[in-house]
Each structure stands twice: as C-alpha cells, then as structure tokens.
Design a protein around this ligand. Structure first.
Ligand code: HAM
Length: 427
C-alpha cells in the first residue's frame, strides 16, 4: 500500500480527534434537546433521483453517485434535507404539525479542496416542518447560537447574517425576471466571491437579464438595512420586510440580537429556499460559513408531497473546530477513566477481575490491565491514561482480601474489600 492516508478529503478521527469532535456533538445534542427538537436518522445512501436537482446548484455536481449490484442508481447524501423531506412525505398524514426534528449525519460532497471544506463532514440539522410563523426561524437560529455559546463562543467571535430571497424577489420586480429564472439568478449571485464578477454577469445574462438589470441587482446586494430596503420598495407594508422586522424583534426578545445582522446579499447556494435565509460567519470573515439555512416552503411539494412550510439549518463540524482553535477555545478533551485496575502476578488476576466487574456493574467505567505488571509501571500508565482512581492487586491483597484505592490526583488511599467496594464507589 503506497499511502496510509485516507482518500483525499475524507477524515480519520484518532481518539484525541474523536474526543474533540464529540465535545461539539455534545453541544449540538444538548442545544437540540433544550430547544425541544426530536432526534431522527436517515440512511447515508439514498437514491440519486431524490438527491439530484436541476437548479444549477453546486451541490448537484458534487454528488458521489454509484450503481449498486442490482443496477440501481444510488448516491452518498451530500445533505440531509432531501431525506428529511422524503421521511415526512412518507407519513405526511400521520404527524401533528409542526414537528421539530434534529439529526447529526455524515455527508459527502466532491468539493474542490479548500480551507473549511472537506469531502466528508458531519452536519447537525435542525428543521421545523409545518410552521408558517417566523418563530420557526427564531427557534432554529436561537438553538444554533445556543450551541455555539455553550462551546464558549460569543458575539465577538461569530455573527449570523440574515437575508431574504422573498424580499430580493420583490426588489427585483422591476427587472421582470420570470419565475423560473429567479432561482437560477440566486444561484448565480451566490457564486459571487467564488467566481469572477464577470462570470456571475454571464450567468445572469444567460437567465435573460439585460445589462441595466444586472447593474440594478448588484446595487441591491449592497442593501444592509431594512430602512434602505423599504426605501427601495417604496412601501412600508411589504410582507417579507415585515417578516424580517419580526425576526429582528424576536432576536431582541430572546436575547441574541447582538449576534445577528441583516444583509440582503445572503442568498445561499441551494435552490429550494424561498424566504428568509441566513448564514453564520466568524467575525474576522476569514472562514467559510459555520452554519446556514432558511425557509423552504416548496421542497415537499416538489418531491411529490403536500405543500408545507419548512425552516431549517445545517451546521458542519469542520469550520466550528477551526473557529474554536482560532479563538483558543478548543474544548479540553483529555482522556479520562474513573477506575484503573492492575495486578502484579497472574494469580492476582481473578481478584482484579472481580473488582473490575463489580465496578462496571455499579456504573464505574473501568480499565482493567490486560496482563500482570510491576506497580510502578501500572501507576505510571494509569496516570498517563487519565485514570482517576487506581487499584493494584498483589499477593498480599489476595491473601487479606483488602486493597487500597489510590487517588491519582493526591490524597490518602481509600481502603476497601469486595464487600465494601460498591458502597465506597457510591453505589
Ligand atoms: P449547506 O449550506 O450546503 O446547507 O451546508 C450547511 C453547513 O454544512 C455549512 O454551513 C457548513 O457548516 C457545512 N458544510 C457543507 N459542506 C461542507 C463541506 N464540504 N465540508 C465541511 N463542511 C461543510 C445544507 O446542507 C442544507 N441542507 C441545510 C438545511 C437544513 N437547510 C434546511 N435544513
């Protein structure tokens, strides 16, 4: 074998990497629970038909597709949303909506390799299905901010930029972009910064926009306040403007207004969003998006289900780890294990086994030595391995039935026997 590295863009998680990732997963799961989302899971492999879309999205070109032995066209999922939609549609009559679902799933995208983007990542998803009110956006965004706060990040580290495709569409009415071209225009505009502006213009022109309209669109993307948007619209009562105002008001009420800014240039690269869209970025603006999402009211119907309002977000594990490292807030993740049990002779092993078994039965994670070793070696190994309490069994202990529990952080050893051990361990 020429190389022991995983395929390009795929990731190994050695135990220390796994622990660091787990700290992020714990924050995600905790926030999902605190905000009342129910966990679900879908398969990593889906039919290509479910995942493919024709809206000119980058994601459609990045799908790992294959044929199985039965000739079925399958793919590794690049995101969880189509699977979620499929699962909802399959039982659409059987739920009492709205439902709030959450999942952490491994996703695969054949990306150009760059900072913050891998070909495989874990993505936390939060979705509210069946709710029209802006409270759905607020709860989804609030939970994601909650998870980042739990990891120690503040509004000085990241911000959520909120835009609205629906508002953009209203502002573009004078350009007379036909319905079917609007999504393609959004996809083109989302590519700004990734391809040259000249190329963006070419894409827009391909969708039927003339030069003056292209210029108008670029100007619109400079809108950074609701007042500016209102001025452009020439109307106060635009419903999409009202939605954004409500979201900003809710942000105040929930206490995370510091974290969000209105920015009409946030469009997002997925075709199915229809309303408010949002993305979170590091404040320094050096990294890719931490999370992104929005309202997607037509996805279910486009896949053959009944129309239903949906809001959700995806939050990957890659950028948040980079941001935590940048902010020197990488979670402390040394290995720890409650109890280590060793033995000096083979004839002491049965007692060591009984101690370890008892400890495990009362819920103490226990690392039992696999072979006899000298006490010095055992204690030094326990120390390095993050053991909190250690017991070393020799022939004396076997003879008397009494042993000492060494507190690795210091302090007097605790004496115990098999009979007293459960009590000593707090069982
Ligand atoms: P997305 O913007 O394509 O949205 O991805 C969401 C997040 O997943 C990104 O902000 C980033 O954190 C992470 N991510 C995506 N691709 C990669 C990659 N190649 N490497 C590392 N991280 C990545 C969606 O996927 C939507 N399905 C989210 C959603 C759920 N919308 C509604 N519900």
């Amino acid at each position: 074998m020429a190389s022991f590295a995983p395929p390009r863009g795929m990731r190994d998680f050695y135990p220390e990497d796994y622990r660091a990732r787990e700290a992020v997963f714990i924050a995600w799961r905790r926030a999902a629970r605190m905000w009342g989302f129910e966990p679900y899971e879908a398969p990593v492999v889906e039919t290509l038909e479910l995942l493919e879309r024709k809206a000119g999205e980058e994601i459609s070109e990045q799908i790992y597709a294959f044929e199985d032995k039965g000739g079925n066209r399958l793919a590794l999922r690049p995101e969880l949303t189509p699977s979620l939609a499929r699962m909802i549609i399959a039982r659409q009559g059987g739920f009492s909506f709205p439902v709030k679902w959450t999942s952490i799933g491994q996703c695969f995208r054949y990306e150009r390799m760059q900072r913050g983007r891998k070909r495989e990542h874990f993505q936390w998803n939060l979705d509210v299905i069946g709710e029209e009110s802006i409270m759905a956006e607020a709860e989804v965004i609030g939970a994601a901010i909650g998870a980042l706060r739990q990891l120690g990040l503040t509004s000085e580290d990241f911000k959520v930029r909120v835009g609205s495709r629906a508002l953009l569409a209203d502002l573009l009415i004078p350009c007379e972009i036909e319905g079917q071209h609007f999504t393609a225009c959004c996809m083109a505009l989302d590519k700004r910064g990734k391809i040259t502006n000249k190329e963006v213009v070419q894409l827009l022109e391909a969708e039927g926009l003339g030069r003056p309209d292209v210029e108008r669109v670029f100007k619109l993307l400079g809108i950074r306040s609701l007042e500016q948007a209102e001025e452009r619209l020439g109307a106060k009562d635009n419903p999409h403007l009202t939605d954004l105002r409500e979201l900003l008001q809710l942000a105040e009420e929930f206490g995370w207004a510091d974290f969000i800014n209105f920015d009409l240039s946030v469009i997002r690269g997925l075709g199915y969003y229809t309303g408010i869209v949002f993305e979170a970025f590091d404040v320094a603006g050096e990294m890719r998006a931490l999370f992104g999402g929005g309202r997607y009211d037509n996805l279910l119907s486009s896949l053959g289900g009944e129309t239903m309002p949906c809001v959700g977000l995806g939050f990957g594990d890659v950028v948040v780890m980079e941001l935590l490292a940048n902010c020197k807030k990488t979670p402390r993740t040394n290995r720890t294990i409650s109890l280590g049990v060793g033995f000096m002779e083979d004839s002491a092993r049965p007692l060591a086994i009984r101690i370890a078994t008892l400890a495990r039965e009362v819920g103490w994670p226990c690392d039992l030595a696999l072979r006899a070793e000298k006490p010095r070696k055992f204690f030094s190994r326990s120390d390095k391995g993050g053991v909190k309490y250690a017991i070393c069994i020799g022939l004396d202990e076997v003879a008397t039935g009494e042993f000492r529990i060494k507190q690795m952080a210091g302090g007097e050893p605790i004496r115990a026997t098999l009979e007293t051990l459960p009590k000593v361990l707090g069982a």
